[in-house]
Design a protein around this ligand. Structure first.
Ligand SMILES: Cc1ncc(COP(=O)(O)O)c(C=O)c1O
Length: 364
């Protein structure tokens, strides 16, 4: 008799729905025999990777037979210098996804659970469920704005981590500085506020706070950042946490010894130094965001103003529009039944935006 792996995994894992990534370009080309496909589904960087990062990868190839630096020493020092945070306040992971997992593995035990506004990045709930931690969601409907009072009211003695993506994914909304200060000040001190700032570089609102140093004032805040988005290194899987030294030390004990690869570390280091590339990406994103807003308005489509590199657009039947766009070689993201009237569109290059808009006009 073969083993019953569902039973062995346990009910919470057997019932888990695996994360569904955006459809890969090659897959769509094969399915519909398409020559040109554009992917605006995973909030990736449409401008590629910093040339300095690419050079650093090539010059580090001879070191590939060696294990990477477990503590990411060079990257740690470079980032510490760049953002003015002590090296002991930094922890690196295979994408910020690994940091999310490390937070949960390190700080939730037994009956502990987590809290987040909804809708949000699905990985918090997936990892929590895999680890047997319950999740509580606080609705942000109808405008997708965070409700600080509702979040605070939902904290129970079992709440260990509050995940707050700001800018949030999928709506692109953010928590204003005053509200964020109030939230962290009023949270019980044994609740960790994990602010997932994966898209922070794109935020242009004057009251979007720079929270890189907030752990000095509020030790229970942990900031999650990534090189996957504005820095264009999604394929290398590298992200980091900024937090209180002891908090970082606890997670450091739990992480695997060589959790980030040597090419990822050296590419991230080089990308940090390439401010020209970063600034180009950020300003092009902003310009194309406004171009899309204007065109959506002309089409009579409502959208959620975004602080990130994607826009949540209300198109009526989201699934139909998503499927019709696929046939035209445009991959966007259908957000599932809870957001069935919407699609999420990553902001591409100007050319990609034009292709998207002309396809969208035909489909609508
Ligand atoms: C809010 C948010 N956090 C984290 C991530 C994960 O990014 P990484 O590539 O750093 O694991 C994503 C990816 O889309 C995201 O949307």
């Amino acid at each position: 008799m073969p083993a019953d792996f569902r039973l062995l995994a346990g009910e919470q894992i057997a019932r888990l729905e695996a994360y569904k990534p955006g459809k890969p370009i090659e897959e769509l080309k094969r399915e519909y025999s398409l020559k040109r496909v554009i992917k605006l589904a995973s909030n990736e960087n449409p401008y590629g990777t910093s040339p300095k990062a690419a050079e650093a990868i090539i010059s580090n190839l001879p070191e590939l037979s060696r294990y990477p630096l477990g503590d990411a020493y060079n990257l740690r020092m470079a980032l510490s210098e760049k953002i003015g945070v002590s090296p002991a306040n930094l922890l690196f992971g295979a994408g910020s996804n690994e940091i999310i997992e490390l937070l949960l593995r390190t700080f939730t035990h037994g009956e502990d659970n987590i809290l987040f506004p909804a809708p949000t990045f699905s990985v918090y709930a997936i990892i929590a469920q895999a680890m047997g931690a319950a999740s509580a969601a606080v609705d942000t409907a109808p405008a997708f704005e965070f409700d600080t009072d509702a979040l605070l009211k939902s904290v129970t003695p079992k709440t260990r981590i509050l995940f707050l993506a700001s800018p949030n994914n999928p709506p692109g909304t953010y928590m204003r500085e005053r509200e964020l200060r109030r939230l962290i000040a009023e949270l019980p001190e044994n609740v960790i506020l994990a602010v997932d700032a994966a898209y922070a570089e794109f935020a242009d609102a004057a009251d979007y706070p720079d929270i890189n140093h907030w752990h000095r004032e509020y030790p229970n805040i942990v900031v999650l950042k990534t090189f996957s988005k504005a820095y264009g290194l999604a394929g290398l899987r590298i992200g980091y946490a900024i937090g209180d030294e002891v908090c970082i030390d606890m997670m450091n004990k739990v992480r695997q010894p060589f959790n980030t690869g040597s090419l990822s570390q050296c590419a991230a280091c080089a990308a940090l130094s390439d401010t020209e590339f970063l600034n180009k990406v950020i300003s092009a994103n902003l310009k194309n965001k406004h171009l899309l807003y204007k065109e959506f308005e002309k089409l009579g489509l409502s959208y959620i103003p975004s602080q990130a590199n994607f826009i949540l657009v209300r198109v009526g039947d989201g699934e139909r529009v998503f499927l019709e766009l696929l046939k035209k070689g445009v991959i966007v993201r259908y957000m599932g039944t809870s957001l069935k009237e919407y699609i999420r569109i990553s902001i591409g290059t100007e050319e990609e935006c034009e292709i998207l808009l002309s396809s969208l006009k035909e489909v609508l």
